[in-house]
Design a protein around this ligand. Sequence first.
Ligand SMILES: Cc1cc2nc3c(=O)[nH]c(=O)nc-3n(C[C@H](O)[C@H](O)[C@H](O)COP(=O)(O)O)c2cc1C
Length: 308
Amino acid sequence: MVQMQVKLGQVTLRNPIVLAAGTAGVMGEIGDAIDLSKIGAITTKSITQESRNGNAPIRMATLQDGMLNAIGLANEGIDSFMHNQAPNASSIDTTLIGSVAGDSVDAYVAVASAMDSIDGIDLVEINVSCPNTADGLEFGGCPKRLAILLNEIRPALSRSGMLVKLSAAPGDIRPHAQAAIEAGADALTLINTIPALAIDVETRTTSISRGIGGVSGAIIHPIALRVVNDIYNDVAKSANVPIIGTGGTMHWKDAAEFILAGATAVGIGTASFVNPALSLKIVKGLTSWVNRQGCSSITELIGSVKLP
Ligand SMILES: Cc1cc2nc3c(=O)[nH]c(=O)nc-3n(C[C@H](O)[C@H](O)[C@H](O)COP(=O)(O)O)c2cc1C
């Protein structure tokens, strides 16, 4: 029996497969379709301080090798989440990651500390791909701004580990990853969707109402893999901070690539829209691969790609 457990900070996951924020329901509704006890962890939808309707429809479009979305962080807000969802958190049979978004430092801190108080949530993921309403710029776009945000959030997490989810949009995100680690990140989630455009050539309109959206799925996998490998080699390995490699994992081989590139865990998003059970197949395929590699634990394979 190969050992598939991995650690994110102080928390041990039964295997490295993590269902990504916004793709498994508000808090694990995907459990109606699959057995969550076979998954390493699931992430909630990103929750904000106030409820949000999100963007007007059409908010999602299918692309040849992925999907484009501009949901706009539609969610019920933290008060309703605490009332309607939080009481069920401890009955979910896997590690639960609470995802936090906001439009000001205070709003992030309020939601993060509420998440931290929930019995059943041991990890809080900070989604920093959200604009600061005061200046319209994304918190995650600038390492200094990111440090200011995370230095306020960190003390608000008295029990939970802090995961920081970065976007690849700023280009070289090594300084952003460094800032997150210096502010006390227990793990980095890399990456969020990538800003992109799709056009319907018959109607000559953009495929989704907002125009620009975030692309996800197979189409972004090689980009996410490169980002994970860069951050692992140049920032995270020496600091001993694990990475959740996320982006376009549709098959166990994509997950194995993330592990070889330096990820400790692997996020699954778009694949669950194609078939909610794909994550279970990925767990099985990954386990057989570790066995075939002659390893007793998947951790032996982290970052072990032979680079040129
Ligand atoms: C419909 C949809 C909704 C998403 N909502 C969130 C969200 O609320 N918070 C967040 O951090 N990421 C969100 N994401 C991004 C995913 O968590 C993930 O980072 C991204 O889709 C890349 O992984 P994938 O290619 O496996 O889908 C969303 C993605 C999709 C497709």
